[in-house]
Design a binder for this molecule. Structure first.
Ligand SMILES: [Zn+2]
Length: 141
């Protein structure tokens, strides 16, 4: 599986995450997949509220805020995004317990090094031993 998106989308993720510092930012990535699910095209980002009681170290989406997007088949949700203000771009134990493992991709942007933000895209499987694996992605102009 390879994920394609434009630099503009990356910049949106970065700016929103920077604005939300020192708390974790989160949101949904909308886009399409090819019929084989081998290629995913991410087209837009919908910022969401982090309603965790510990938003500096954890994120939680409000299902009521997500549902209209999850049920919109014209513009499907293909990714769940959140930032790690002070941790690397690796899923935490809590991230692996996600309720949203049916969403095909999980995006983590680390702001640990402000000059060199690090984005990773993962597939997170429910109850598998390895839990997650990295996906390749391509940023177009
Ligand atoms: Zn996380």
């Amino acid at each position: 599986m390879v994920v394609y998106f434009k630099k503009e989308l990356f910049n949106q993720l970065l700016h929103f995450s920077q604005q939300t510092m020192p708390e974790e930012a989160c949101g949904l990535i909308l886009g399409k997949s090819t019929s084989s699910n081998e290629e995913l095209l991410a087209s837009s980002f919908v910022p969401m509220r982090n309603c965790s009681t510990h938003p500096r170290i954890h994120f939680e989406l409000d299902p009521a805020e997500m549902i209209p997007y999850l049920t919109n088949n014209q513009n499907p949700v293909m990714g769940l995004f959140h930032s790690h203000p002070t941790a690397s771009a690796v899923p935490s134990a809590a991230d692996l317990q996600t309720l949203w493992h049916t969403i095909p991709t999980h995006w983590i942007l680390s702001l640990t090094n402000p000059d060199n933000p690090e984005l990773m895209v993962y597939q997170i499987k429910k109850a598998s031993l390895t839990g997650y694996h990295k996906l390749a992605f391509v940023i177009g102009q």
